[in-house]
Design a binder for this molecule. Structure first.
Ligand code: GLN
Length: 304
């Protein structure tokens, strides 16, 4: 069956199920969304593109941005980056504090909040204008100058970001944050507030299906080895304490965000983005997970 038909079939099947998820209300502004939205978009490295449902609607990509901040920091620092954080799945929630004390302020991986906060600190130390430079990086890799942060979302999260504030200060107490915690957090909240549609997400992430090269002009975004390693981290840590389940049911490197988006990558083949805002108990899109499971099962296009 052709890809388009498989996506259509899986979309309609999953769209008709009872969505057991809940919106992420701990960031007040995230509730102002049509909770029934459901979009899917696929882009292959051979330039086949197909979308369905709300695939052109912009949404808050939240933690999906952590892959992009890691990519930029990794391309600047190389392997030195791993002296500041680990590469192990945490087995805990995305905003958990519990392991940091025994691990002496070294976050388990770059995709839990603690790790992404350390990456934000690294970027703050290495970029002249972190907020502008990071946005320029995301715009350049996708050749899309319309991508932007949402001030509304960032402000909303800043106002109630108590856990992230606690995480950042706690890590600072172990000397693993160089900059002023409030500046680190401002930047972290800004990058989580990036908005994109499923189509735009696939365009941004295509380099990770293409060994680190820009699929449009072949420029290097990250090295081939870095691309492999970022994919490995997405496979093992992209869904927090549901990463095993995602590998088991979907079988692709991927990353979720509390805005209800998921990006998944089949190296050397395609990138697929799904958006459905209601989340399961682990903070991952309920329908998004179900759709991707259906898609890789029917298409037999998982990495395993
Ligand atoms: N900005 C969100 C937070 O820090 C990101 C969490 C997520 O998407 N899992 O809580």
């Amino acid at each position: 069956m052709v890809l388009k038909n498989i996506i259509q079939e899986a979309y309609h099947k999953v769209n008709s199920i009872d969505d057991k998820g809940q919106l992420a209300s701990y960031i007040p502004e995230l509730v102002n969304v049509d909770s029934e939205s459901f979009g899917v978009y696929i882009s292959t490295i051979d330039h086949v593109n197909f979308g369905i449902g709300n695939c052109h609607d912009k949404f808050s990509i939240q933690s999906i941005a952590k892959v992009l901040s890691l990519s930029l920091a990794y391309s600047i620092l190389g392997e030195k980056i791993w002296s500041r954080l680990g590469v192990e799945p945490s087995g805990t929630a995305f905003n958990s504090l519990v392991q940091l004390e025994v691990d002496n302020g070294i976050p388990r991986n770059p995709f839990i909040n603690a790790g992404a906060i350390v990456i934000s600190d690294i970027l703050l130390s290495h970029l002249k204008n972190p907020k502008d430079d990071f946005l320029a990086f995301v715009r350049t890799i996708s050749n899309n100058s319309e991508l932007n942060y949402s001030t509304k979302i960032a402000t909303s999260e800043k106002a109630v970001g108590y856990r992230n504030i606690a995480l950042c200060n706690f890590i600072k107490s172990f000397n693993n944050i160089e900059n002023d915690p409030s500046e680190v957090l401002d930047f972290y909240f800004d990058l989580c507030s990036l908005e994109m549609s499923c189509k735009e997400l696939t365009e941004v992430f295509l380099f990770l299906a293409n060994n680190g090269y820009n699929n449009n002009d072949n420029s290097t975004i990250v090295t081939k080895s870095q691309s492999k390693r970022i994919n490995a981290l997405m496979q093992t840590c992209g869904f927090y304490d549901e990463s095993g389940e995602f590998a088991f049911k979907v079988g692709l490197p991927g990353k979720s965000g509390v805005g209800g988006g998921i990006i998944a990558i089949h190296p050397n083949q395609y990138v697929i983005a799904v958006w459905s805002p209601k989340l399961n108990k682990k903070g991952n899109s309920y329908k998004g997970m179900r759709f991707l499971e259906e898609f890789t099962t029917k298409s037999e296009l998982s990495i395993f």
